[in-house]
Design a protein around this ligand. Structure first.
Ligand code: SAH
Length: 248
């Protein structure tokens, strides 16, 4: 899977892309990341990439010419890649979106700055808009890092066998169960007995129940969108009973 990132601030990527999982993905040649400075496509001695907005108002707008030239140049080298714009107006980056993006051959991710980009860039070049959420970042770079990270985890072989993405939150539509490690008691808080029991079936049921409990408490909307098994329904009924008993 390849990622081409188009930005005015290439130096922002050196830390996050040179450590941990992303570094490992690169080292194993399962992902390939190239960073392009949009300014290299800007004309003139001053290599200007922004200009005042038509209609007036505060801030600057990214000019279309350098950005379109940059996108076209990268796209001509990797024609099968999808061009993704980071933008607060886009589809939210969810597990489902990440899986969809992981299914593409490659992503060309465009990082906006200032007030945003000239709308004609979108009309001419952009396949998809992705947002990190309903808030405004100063630029698309952090969003691009989040996209690369979330998608890279899903590329087969990047995670070691001990760190399967399959049990992560959202994979089966639920939030993940809580984790514990040694010591067995910390500041008077014990690890649940089930996890210390060595009984695999007991542990599996405990994890499923806690996954359902966490989801029910924090994201009940998710429970409406998944197919619950018979066991899930039974565990949920028990949780409801326990709640009702506690409320008496
Ligand atoms: N004026 C714009 C915000 C521009 S912020 C507006 O009100 O919609 C500058 C750049 O930061 C954007 O072009 C985009 O690339 C990036 N950005 C800002 N918020 C983002 C978000 N929630 N998700 C992804 N990218 C975002």
């Amino acid at each position: 899977m390849r990622f081409d990132i188009l930005t005015l601030f290439p130096e922002m990527f050196s830390g996050p892309f040179d450590s941990s999982i992303i570094k490992r993905g690169k080292d194993k040649q399962l992902i390939d990341i190239e960073i392009f400075n949009i300014r290299d496509w800007a004309a003139g001695r001053h290599q200007v990439t922004d200009d005042a907005p038509y209609g007036g108002g505060a801030g600057m707008v990214m000019k279309p010419e350098p950005l379109v030239d940059c996108i076209e140049s990268v796209k001509s080298r990797h024609p099968a890649s999808a061009v993704v714009m980071t933008s607060p107006r886009g589809r939210h980056l969810t597990h489902r979106t990440a899986m969809e993006l992981a299914g593409r051959c490659g992503l060309i991710i465009v990082c906006g700055r200032y007030e945003g980009i000239d709308e004609r860039v979108r009309s001419l070049c952009i396949d998809d808009d992705i947002s990190l959420g309903d808030f405004v970042l100063s630029g698309g770079e952090i969003a691009a890092m989040a996209i690369v990270d979330a998608v890279t985890r899903l590329v087969p072989g990047v995670l070691g066998s001990g760190e399967s993405a399959a049990t992560d939150s959202f994979c089966d539509g639920l939030l993940e169960y809580p984790h514990y490690t040694r010591p067995p008691e910390y500041r008077s808080l014990p690890v649940p007995d089930e996890l210390l029991s060595g009984n695999h079936e007991l542990i599996r049921t405990w994890r499923r129940r806690e996954s359902l409990r966490t989801t029910r408490r924090l994201r009940p909307d998710l429970l409406l969108t998944i197919d619950l098994s018979q066991e899930d329904r039974k565990l949920l009924a028990e949780l409801e009973q326990a709640d009702a008993a506690g409320n008496l």
